[in-house]
Design a protein around this ligand. Sequence first.
Ligand code: PMT
Length: 328
Amino acid sequence: MDSRESAAFSAETYFATQPAPPSLDHDRASVRDFVLRQTDLGNKVVLVTSGGTTVPLERNMVRYLDNFSAGTRGATSAEYFLKAGYAVIFMHRQFSLQPFSRHYSHSTNPFLDFLEIEHKPSASASALTTPEITVTPEKRADLLSVLTAYKTVQREGTLLTLSFVTVNDYLWLLRAVSEELSEMRRNAMYYLAAAVSDFFLPRQKMSEHKIQSGKGSLHIEMDQVPKILKPMVDEWTREGFIVSFKLETDPQLLLPKCRQALKRYGHQVVIGNDLNRRKFEVVFVSTNNGTLSESWLRLSEDLHTREIEEDIVDELVRRHQAWTNIKQ
Ligand code: PMT
């Protein structure tokens, strides 16, 4: 794959040539209903994108390229936005982490390990004992707190969950959700934490069936995914507060890339994070009256129980409030 030779699709060409996912109309309708309901309730709404997108190599897909992301940033942030009183549209990669259930991920904290089977004695000595499921005592307080927050959100209907798998699903869904959410104008925030593929294979160039081995090495030329932040800022959202993330692995590149993104797209905030330090430090890059401003948010290393997303969300809620106060 050689990025120098790949073609650049405009967003317009992309949507004119690539097929919409079958669930798009249904998802759009559910977002429309959600936005109407939250508007009636006077809630602000944030769209949180989370997890990585895939790029299929075949139409009958056996193989695909994936983007790194467990969905931790998005799922954790969604919880803090809900806690701050926002309604949340959580647009995530299918099977990546989700708000609340993330605390009991099957690999790091399997929920079955929290449960005990107790055999309660029956009233009559001859009858069989009835097994009951209980929670391990030392895990109860944490579980109760997560469960209480989860049940409150369910009762209040403030969380709408949508999923994508491929970069194509993601782009179509992002446009549809943004257009519906733009009805809320300044009361909408867009928090783009998903890790989006930069290159893809247009449907027209994809092999229909499984690519056969036996011909030696495989050469694939991929096209560039259109940079959707541009149409998002200029066309899909009206006065919304847009926050994008920038992931780098070379610390020297992080700030220049954040500044470049802000200049190029003209949105409100770029949050820069280094792959290996992303759980402890991020940098907010924005403009204030035309002047570039950069501020680091850091967790001290001894604060292992605090999640950096709590501080990120606090700061964004404050900035969004200031944004909604600006006279239109
Ligand atoms: O889920 P975790 O494991 O916790 O990891 C979280 C994270 C590191 C993935 C997250 O914090 C993060 O940095 N997400 C953005 C990663 C990314 O895709 O960076 P990028 O440089 O490719 O894109 C930068 C921005 O441009 C993104 O906000 C993206 O929405 C946007 N973009 C990307 C591709 C594209 N074609 N058009 C875009 O507009």
